[in-house]
Design a protein around this ligand. Structure first.
Ligand code: PMP
Length: 392
């Protein structure tokens, strides 16, 4: 048997031990975690919709009609009309022919990738893709070729040297860096090299593009350019679940083949109703997105004045690069002592030596919240081990 206690101790020694915080009350910037009231800058609720009164009301109103549990998988008797309506709504929202609702983004990536590629095929995967994409690739048993992050030239040579079925998969917005994939170039390469492009827009849906329709439409790309679009609903949409959107044929194929769709219980249908409501809020939410953009711009200007190293990101994901694990944990603890919750992200979630604080902004924050965080950062900055890029 493996020595669990020793492995855990080793993680602790390496500054890699993971813990959870006990949250009480709803998810919002003023969060109660482990009994302490903190101002949170680490949730993915980018538009503040996880606690939106109209979404909560939609859930409450749906319950008497739908009941609570999903009761069975979609292919047995779990496919409720609320799920069906949500799929139609998601197809319209993403300007695509059809959509398929999954219980989580993790399951969507695992199911879609392993259904679309198999033994003998090759998957080209950005080196910073999310864990669920990596696991989907492994599950598919296809040959996996990781290309350097966002490097379209490297990908082009790799594609040219490969024959057989090819699939290129990328995050739309990278979850730990906040930058956007070079989607137009990727679409062109896939067209020229007869490869299928899969984009996981978990962090772009709701935030980027016209009416928050995501990074693919923001790049002016259609279903033809990006045949497989995956999105999650637990982040900016503020509810739970995920979807894939594309052609009717693709959805039909996935219903036959995607094991994480076929062999799992359908989500509570009332959640689908709340999600439909949330998509309405998102479409009418330009004011939320412009407020968010102002917060992002202020945070970036303030943090760089303080000498923090920022990433090339214009999204709500604004990591502060720290370097080693202990320093990242130290900065997170120092902020917590001042009343802020910003979690440290360490390997293997990010590459070794690139530990960071993943600051995320939300339309639920006020400008005053951002100013308060910047003041706290100005006091905590000395705990950083990396040289400052600029002086205060
Ligand atoms: N894709 C990306 C890029 C993600 O960041 C995440 C969640 N962190 C997922 C997929 C998984 O989505 P879910 O949380 O719905 O399982």
């Amino acid at each position: 048997m493996r020595d669990f206690a020793r492995e855990i101790e080793e993680r602790k020694q390496a500054g890699l031990y993971r813990t959870r915080r006990l949250v009480s009350g709803p998810q919002r910037p003023e969060l109660t975690a482990d009994g302490n009231r903190l101002l949170s800058f680490c949730s993915n609720d980018y538009l503040g919709l996880a606690n939106h009164p109209a979404n909560i009301e939609a859930l409450r109103n749906a319950l008497p009609e739908t009941g609570l549990g999903g009761a069975a998988s979609h292919l047995i008797c779990g496919h409720h009309e609320a799920h069906h309506e949500l799929e139609q709504r998601l197809a319209a929202f993403t300007r695509r022919s059809a959509a398929l609702f999954f219980s989580t983004g993790y399951m969507a990536n695992m199911g879609v990738i392993s259904a679309l590629a198999g033994r003998g095929d090759t998957i080209f995967s950005d080196s910073l893709n999310h864990a669920s994409i990596i696991d989907g690739c492994i599950l598919s048993r296809a040959r996996i070729q990781r290309y350097p992050h966002g490097d379209v030239n490297a990908l082009e040579s790799m594609l040219r040297e490969t024959s057989g079925h090819k699939l290129v998969v990328t995050d739309g917005v990278f979850s730990m860096d906040g930058d956007v994939a070079p989607l137009r170039e990727l679409a062109r390469l896939c067209r020229e090299n007869d490869a299928l492009l899969v984009v996981d827009d978990a962090h772009g849906i709701g935030v980027l593009g016209p009416e928050g329709r995501g990074s693919v439409l923001d790049a002016g790309l259609t279903e033809q350019d990006v045949p497989v679009l995956i999105g999650t609903l637990g982040k900016a949409v503020g509810t739970s679940g995920a979807f894939v959107a594309g052609s009717e044929l693709l959805m039909d194929y996935l219903v036959q083949k995607a094991r994480t769709y076929i062999y799992t219980t359908a989500m509570p249908p009332a959640v689908a109703r709340a999600t439909i409501n949330s998509l309405d809020v998102i479409e009418q939410g330009d004011h939320l997105r412009s407020h968010l953009d102002e917060l992002i711009a202020r945070f970036r200007a303030g943090a760089s004045e303080l000498g923090f190293e920022l990433m090339a990101s214009h999204t709500p994901i604004q990591p502060l690069m720290v370097g080693d694990n202990e320093s990242a944990l130290g900065l997170s603890r120092a902020l917590e002592a001042r009343g802020f919750l910003v979690t440290a992200i360490r390997p293997p979630t990010v590459p070794a030596g690139e530990a960071r604080l993943r600051v995320t902004l939300s339309a639920a924050h006020t400008m005053a919240d951002v100013e308060k965080l910047l003041v706290a950062l100005s006091y905590c900055r000395p705990t950083l081990s990396v040289p400052a890029a600029a002086s205060v």
